[in-house]
Design a protein around this ligand. Structure first.
Ligand code: ADE
Length: 520
């Protein structure tokens, strides 16, 4: 990811972000950090970048010209030949006519912005390039903000002396979510805000300090007991310190229990909540709607088919897409929302007509839905893995993964590879098959080279991934095309239970979504 920071104090940002974990990520090229001094772009002979505000009032304002020129210098790095063949729009002053320009996400850090959260960080972590604009004095001339800013973001309800510290906070929170930045042992999975719970207390050596002993259970070596103790402490801590977060956690637990009755068909929703990926957008006694912002995936289930409830759930989904896009400006509402929603899974045929009718408001660029059956492994005991040489695929196997990830976008495969979500079965030091899990947590990517089939390598790969997910405390599950008989049989042989009625997946054209998202 490229982070460009437009500031009057470049050394402050550089000094703050070139140490520790983010410093390491910059050094290892996971993050490209560039600071740009806005003063370098002023046309004023004396290097001035500010002036009095029209209409009176205390303080000075940063002027439009140097900010705009500094922004153009980093925004327009992409040349015409690099850009694809979509329509040119230029930036507005006419000088760009005839060449295609993509407006990078440009964030103005300001107390007047939308509040920065972990979810917002996760969304921005998916961008290829981010530009941060740091204001000073009384702010920046509104005309240049209208011209370049896509997101107005605040880090909290207080006022800092300038935008640099706020930009650094955001870059730190965003960068650590970029695949490869954190090492496994620093994983973002268990930390605060995961599942709306604060993190449990932690202890290190010595076992006793100032008469206080480390809780006995942590010394027991019993991982199940340790996990249960940690969850209990997290729940307690959240209830005491952050009652509003606890209320969200409690609502989720209630829903997960309710869906347990339809476990096979609801497993994706239960696991999405359990793993802290999805959030409840709407729930009443008849209907539930969950949204996974990271995957841009909406999930719908009706306990009873009540038209009014279902309509409310669908409205909640399109509102969420709109809200996710609400910090973004300079493009029409429709354009902002398009690209926010990529797919919808519904668990009953009763939804199909309603979703099709709402396709426009949901900004679904949907094809006809595909029917899947869900398979889940509900036992706790690990599966036997016959093929012995299974290990994580790495950058070294990039070309092989792209060549064999049937039906998946290369960019998505590359992201899964960098996230450590793909495993390979090796024979004589080369991969002959792979499996892994998708961003929503479901298992997939199962592939074995033709010459090595019928040796149960595929089953071994899936069993291996199931065991990894069990270790993480998850219920492993996958979606199987309803007509794929051999795959269904394989799931049954492995001991997975399949949902009898299927689920329907409306999937958008992801490439169209991604392009729509950034084209001005
Ligand atoms: N600049 C000044 N105060 C700020 C805040 N709270 N958030 C983001 N940028 C700021």
């Amino acid at each position: 990811m490229k982070c460009k920071v437009l500031t009057l104090f470049p050394e402050m940002v550089r000094d703050g972000l070139t140490t520790s974990i983010i410093g390491r990520a910059v050094e290892n090229n996971f993050i490209e950090l560039e600071t740009v001094n806005i003063r370098d772009y002023t046309q004023d002979r004396h290097g001035k970048v500010d002036d009095y505000t029209y209409g009176g009032g205390a303080g000075m304002l940063m002027q439009a010209q140097p900010v705009y020129d500094a922004w153009r210098a980093v925004a327009e790095e992409r040349t015409c030949s690099e850009a694809n063949d979509s329509v040119c729009s230029g930036v507005s002053n006419g000088t760009d006519q005839g060449c295609q320009l993509k407006r990078p996400r440009t964030i103005y850090v300001t107390p007047q912005g939308r509040l920065f959260t972990q979810d917002y960080a996760a969304e921005l972590a998916q961008e290829e390039k981010l530009i941060f604009l740091c204001g000073h004095y009384e702010g920046i001339d509104q005309r240049v903000l209208d011209e370049v800013v896509t997101d107005y973001i605040s880090i909290g309800d207080y006022v800092l002396t300038g935008g640099e510290l706020a930009a650094m906070v955001m870059i730190d929170a965003i960068a650590r979510l970029v695949p490869g930045v954190l090492h496994n042992e620093e994983s973002a999975e268990t930390e605060s805000f995961h599942r709306h719970l604060l993190e449990y207390p932690q202890y290190s050596r010595p076992e006793e300090w100032m008469g206080k002993r480390v809780p006995e259970v942590l010394l027991s070596g019993d991982h199940r007991k340790i996990a249960a103790w940690r969850l209990e402490r997290s729940v307690e801590l959240t209830r005491d310190r952050r009652p509003e977060l606890y209320a969200r956690f409690a609502e989720q637990e209630h829903l997960i229990r309710k869906m347990t009755k339809n476990k096979r068909v609801c497993i994706h929703m239960m696991e999405s909540l359990h793993r802290g990926l999805g959030e409840i957008l709407y729930a009443d006694e008849n209907t539930v709607c969950i949204y996974d912002r990271h995957c841009k995936l909406g999930m719908l289930h009706a306990f009873t088919a009540d038209e009014a409830s279902m309509q409310q759930a669908l409205t909640a989904l399109s509102d969420a897409a709109l809200q996710q896009a609400s910090g973004r400006t300079g493009i029409s509402a429709a354009e902002r929302v398009r690209g926010t929603m990529c797919s919808i899974i519904c668990t009953d045929q009763v939804w199909l007509d309603q979703i099709r009718r709402e396709a426009e408001t949901l900004h679904l660029i949907c094809e006809a839905p595909v029917q899947y059956r869900q398979a889940c492994y509900t036992q706790n005991n690990p599966l036997r893995v016959r093929h012995k040489d299974i290990r994580p695929l790495t950058e070294e196997h990039h070309a092989w993964v792209i060549a064999h990830g049937t039906g998946e976008r290369p960019a998505y495969l590359a992201e899964r590879l960098a996230s450590g979500a793909l495993y390979g079965a090796f024979l004589e030091e080369r991969p002959v098959g792979m499996a892994g899990w998708h961003t929503d947590g479901s298992l997939g990517f199962l592939y074995v080279e033709e010459a090595f089939r019928r040796r149960r390598i595929g089953a071994s790969l899936e069993a291996f991934c199931i065991n990894r997910q069990l270790e993480a405390g998850y219920v492993p599950y996958m979606r199987v095309p309803a007509t794929d008989e051999p795959m269904i049989r394989m799931q049954e042989q492995l001991g997975l239970y399949l949902s009898e009625p299927g689920v329907w997946l409306f999937e958008s054209d992801y490439d169209t979504c991604a392009a729509d998202e950034t084209t001005v």
